[in-house]
Ligand binder design. Structure first.
Ligand code: FES
Ligand SMILES: [Fe+2]
Length: 329
């Protein structure tokens, strides 16, 4: 995982007030819970007293209570009460639980995975998604590294093969370009925009990205680091995916189908049909992508990439640069 990034790791409705949600993300067992104001805390699921999981404990007001000896910890992970020492005793400073800076926006729970920083950047999102849009979510587990799943969504070469009977219909096997451009809107922001020009092979030579005029229309695909992607099908129709890393070999995909049909029954029906279509398409991908080896891709792993793979190269380069700390441009 790339350090010093925001990652969408859960959806808001997975964390109910008064309940503890336990998940593995970023290779660590975590608990998420809401205080009395509804504010979400994400922390390590391990009591620093003697290692019991908070997930079998409970929320008491604005604290989480370990079930073993009743120690309580606040939203910053500081121990506020050691009952055995008496309620007036100051708890030892060493009793501290690792917590993650957390934001709840766009119905996602984002955590900052990395070094603490004075002022954290905005969470990644796609501002072009109108406030009037509604969505339905489909969750699916993929048994591979989250960056394989991301690369698959930047892969325009696979469309007529994996999706020959769905979104890749039309036998457009010849890949012109594609055109992939990076954009940045604040320090540390990295957005990849992607335009697709696949067509049927009538014996013509594919155009290089440099031979394609600068696109004037909106991109079809966008990826924003750490882990958000959108397919901009139309202004009122989008698919957004948050690739939540479980660990190095597992990813939870939050696939949202956005539209602007707000009439209650039609909204449900449209969401249901859209999600079903997404499930079919996404399962076409999953069946194949989880067989890729190694599970975690990188530059120089011995794959033989072709010009149509250029968005994947761009993604890998940026990913590598961010991991190496070269994120100053
Ligand atoms: S192990 Fe949690 S209070 Fe003792
Ligand atoms: Fe696909």
């Amino acid at each position: 995982m790339i350090p010093n990034q925001w990652y969408a790791i859960l959806e808001s409705n997975e964390i109910k007030k008064g309940k503890i949600t336990c998940v593995t993300r970023m290779g660590e067992q975590l608990v998420a819970w809401r205080d009395s104001h509804g504010q979400v805390t994400v922390m390590s699921d391990k009591c620093p007293h003697r290692g019991v999981a908070f997930s079998v404990g409970k929320v008491t007001g604005d604290c989480i209570q370990c079930p073993f000896h009743g120690f309580e910890y606040d939203t910053s992970g500081t121990c506020t009460l050691v009952p055995a020492n008496g309620r007036n005793a100051e708890p030892p400073k060493a009793l501290h639980v690792k917590t993650y800076p957390t934001r709840e926006e766009h119905d996602f729970i984002y955590i900052w995975w990395g070094e603490p920083q004075g002022e954290l950047p905005p969470v990644p999102w796609f501002e072009s998604i109108g406030e009037d849009m509604v969505y339905t979510t489909l969750k699916d587990h993929w048994a591979n590294h989250y960056s394989r799943a991301i690369e698959n969504q930047l892969d325009v070469v696979h469309l007529p093969f994996i999706h020959h009977n769905t979104i890749g219909r039309g036998n457009k096997t010849l890949v012109n370009g594609p055109v992939a451009k990076e954009e940045s809107h604040w320090p540390g922001d990295h957005l990849i925009n992607l335009w697709v020009y696949n067509e049927m092979d009538n014996g013509q030579k594919p155009k290089k990205a440099s031979e394609i005029p600068d696109p004037t229309r909106r991109p079809q695909l966008q990826f924003r680091f750490g882990n958000l992607w959108q397919n901009w099908i139309a202004d009122n129709l989008r698919i957004v995916i948050a690739f939540a890393p479980i660990d190095n070999e597992n990813t939870l995909m939050y696939v949202r189908y956005y539209h602007n049909v707000r009439i209650p029954i039609l909204r449900q029906l449209n969401g249901w049909i859209g999600s079903l279509a997404n499930l079919v398409i996404e399962r076409q991908d999953r069946r194949v992508v989880v067989t890729q080896r190694p599970h975690r891709p990188d530059l120089g792993i011995g794959e033989n990439l072709i010009p149509g793979d250029s968005p994947i190269i761009l993604y890998r380069k940026r990913r590598r640069a961010l991991i190496d700390g070269n994120n100053s441009d």
